[in-house]
Write a protein that binds this ligand. Structure first.
Ligand SMILES: [Zn+2]
Length: 423
């Protein structure tokens, strides 16, 4: 009898662990707040480092989007009232957006992969395996390295012939930006299967290096536990807050000009040192090993609909600023010309957004001499934010392809696709 009781208790404990609770965001709201200066923005960021009750969704030049626990709404209202900052509700109940995002799942089984819903890491890995099996002569697996929690970081190379200029795509470095890996996997599929002449030219005359999910631990955590998680999952030994902002962790002007936070509870915590996050060190080592083959580096993010060139760490303009803006304009114009009429803006990270140091685009540009290097913030501008409804995945992918075609065409015209290495 005693033994039976022990078995029952053990079972109950196992079940509790197995079904680790998902964090719920019932009645959490997201507010759009207009700010007049850096101090006001910094104060809101400070408030958001109370990560139990607040969460920074977007922090731009003159606008901050902040998610609030309904019980702490008064704290935010007191502040915005005392500084007369205009504030409007952007999302009235975050949990209902999350529920809506996942409602398509029941009608769809996990064995087929597509772009009408979002998939967990295991399904994305199975998709990559399937692609590698189907297209063995033009694809190869890239082993980027291992994450803090021991997951493999995987990429894929698509190459139809030798001597092509190279395009690298880093995606889902921020865990909650699910549209990025959905777009990256769609792009892989399209480059291999499209019969459109322009897409075939894009696919076959460039070498593609694509990492659909870089922040594998964070991404897995968004599926199992917290949909709104952004950072890595490596603990910080002097804090109870977990993880660093991987896009502030590259070894390029790390922590300069307040471009990142030293507070482990901040969403832009830079980590304990440059490359303290194993995922970022692994990606950097891989990119450095093939940098002579890379002409373009793109980092997929959401949301805001903006293309961001270097620099993020300084307000100085890069030497080829005009060319960077020309390719960004080509992308934006192509996207806007589609029936959806989606508008992308562009500029330097520091000019169009705010100071951000240690980000991929600056590191690739300044330390690896990849002269066309961008962060692309995908749909939308705040209606759904990170929880972009699955029905928008395919239209968004179509926009990305139109943008890339125009971007690469302009890059070629400006002489950026000359092959950098010799055989
Ligand atoms: Zn991001």
């Amino acid at each position: 009898m005693k033994n039976l009781l022990w078995v029952l208790v053990s079972l109950a404990v196992l079940l509790a662990i197995g079904s680790a609770e998902k964090i719920r965001y019932d009645n959490f709201k997201v507010f759009k707040i207009k700010t007049k200066n850096v101090e006001q923005r910094k104060w809101l960021e400070q408030l958001a480092s109370d990560s139990e009750n607040f969460n920074l969704w977007h922090s731009g030049k003159d606008e901050v989007h902040i998610m609030v626990n309904p019980q702490k709404l008064i704290n935010l209202q007191n502040y915005t009232r005392s500084y007369s900052l205009p504030m409007e509700v952007m999302v009235s109940n975050v949990q209902s957006l999350i529920d809506g995002e996942q409602s398509t799942r029941s009608t769809d089984d996990d064995s087929s992969f597509g772009w009408t819903r979002y998939y967990p890491l295991s399904a994305i890995e199975a998709f990559l395996d399937d692609i590698l099996t189907k297209y063995p002569s033009v694809t190869s697996a890239i082993d980027i390295g291992t994450s803090y929690e021991g997951r493999k970081i995987r990429g894929i190379k698509i190459s139809y012939k030798e001597g092509n200029p190279g395009i690298f795509i880093e995606s889902n470095i921020h865990a909650r930006e699910w549209i990025t890996s959905a777009t990256a996997t769609w792009l892989i599929n399209e480059l291999l299967t499209s019969t459109d002449e322009k897409v075939r030219n894009l696919a076959e005359n460039h070498d593609w290096y694509i990492v659909p999910v870089l922040n594998v631990d964070g991404f897995a955590y968004t599926h199992t536990t917290d949909r709104m998680w952004r950072k890595t999952r490596q603990p910080v030994n002097f804090s109870s807050c977990i993880g660093a902002d991987p896009n502030r962790n590259y070894d390029s002007h790390w922590m300069e000009n307040n471009g990142a936070s030293a507070n482990p509870c901040s969403e832009t915590y830079a980590g304990t040192s440059p490359f303290s996050e194993p995922e970022i060190k692994a990606l950097a080592d891989y990119v450095a090993s093939i940098k002579d083959r890379l002409n373009i580096m793109l980092a997929f993010h959401s949301y805001s609909q903006v293309l961001l060139s270097p620099y993020g760490w300084t307000a100085d303009l890069p030497s080829n600023f005009d060319d960077l803006m020309a390719v960004a304009k080509a992308y934006a114009d192509a996207v806007e010309s589609l029936p959806y009429g989606t508008v992308y803006t562009y500029g330097t990270s520091s000019g169009a957004m705010y100071f951000a140091s240690g980000a991929t685009n600056d590191w690739a540009y300044s330390e690896q001499d990849i002269l066309l290097s961008f962060t692309i913030e995908f749909r939308d501008t705040g209606r759904y934010g990170f929880i972009l409804p699955p029905i928008q995945i395919l239209p968004h992918c179509e926009e990305t392809m139109a943008g890339l075609l125009a971007f690469v065409e302009k890059a070629d015209e400006l002489g950026y696709l000359n092959v950098k290495y010799t055989f």
